[in-house]
Design a protein around this ligand. Sequence first.
Ligand SMILES: C[S@@+](CC[C@H](N)C(=O)[O-])C[C@H]1O[C@@H](n2cnc3c(N)ncnc32)[C@H](O)[C@@H]1O
Length: 218
Amino acid sequence: MTLRTTAKSLARQVTPWALRFVNRGMRYPPYDSAAAEEVKTSVDKVRLATIALALRTIDLENIDGAMAELGVYRGELSRVLHRLSPARTLYLFDTFAGFQDGADARFRDTSAELVRRSVGGDHTKVQIKEGYFPSTAEGLEDERFAFVMLDGDRYDVTLAGLRFFMPRLVKGGYLFAHDFNNPESDRGVSKAFAEYFGASKPYVEIPDRWGSVVLRCA
Ligand SMILES: C[S@@+](CC[C@H](N)C(=O)[O-])C[C@H]1O[C@@H](n2cnc3c(N)ncnc32)[C@H](O)[C@@H]1O
């Protein structure tokens, strides 16, 4: 074995240990163990990891503002939002009886009470707004939001969500929309985005399971 090959073989053995030392204290993604635990068990890890990073960023940057989820169903995401950011007020908007028309029977097997129990938190931090959005947003005109999730599936509710939340999203705040790239509901989510934003398109598509988009308020 020449000196050169000995040096190469030594470098191969030492490099992983050296990198471990250099990277000590650095971990990516950098969210905490509660978030890592939620991501690990989620059916949509990419979506949840992206949300967890956004929540960590608004906390680290001391960005004030409430959180909102429009389209809650049984509160699976709501529970995680409250767990990862318990100090922020979380508004949860849903009919808790599915869609208004009878064409689609999904999302009826829930209730505000079921969500209240699964999310936990007191009534000041977790505020359930039961009924048809946007009428359930009445009285919240002066509220400001640092995190918004639009997940109402359809064109009308998504457009109403953009019209209500966008002017109230604080600088540095995040707005996500689920199902942007989902052909369901006649591509209602992407149509609502096109209607609201026109050519400006300030959002980024993320490669999660149902094709979400995210934007950060400049
Ligand atoms: C896909 S589910 C939400 C899933 C939930 N975000 C999650 O991650 O588990 C869509 C929900 O939007 C609600 N929804 C649709 N249109 C609505 C409206 N105009 N007002 C209130 N809720 C609405 C439905 O009742 C349904 O529960």
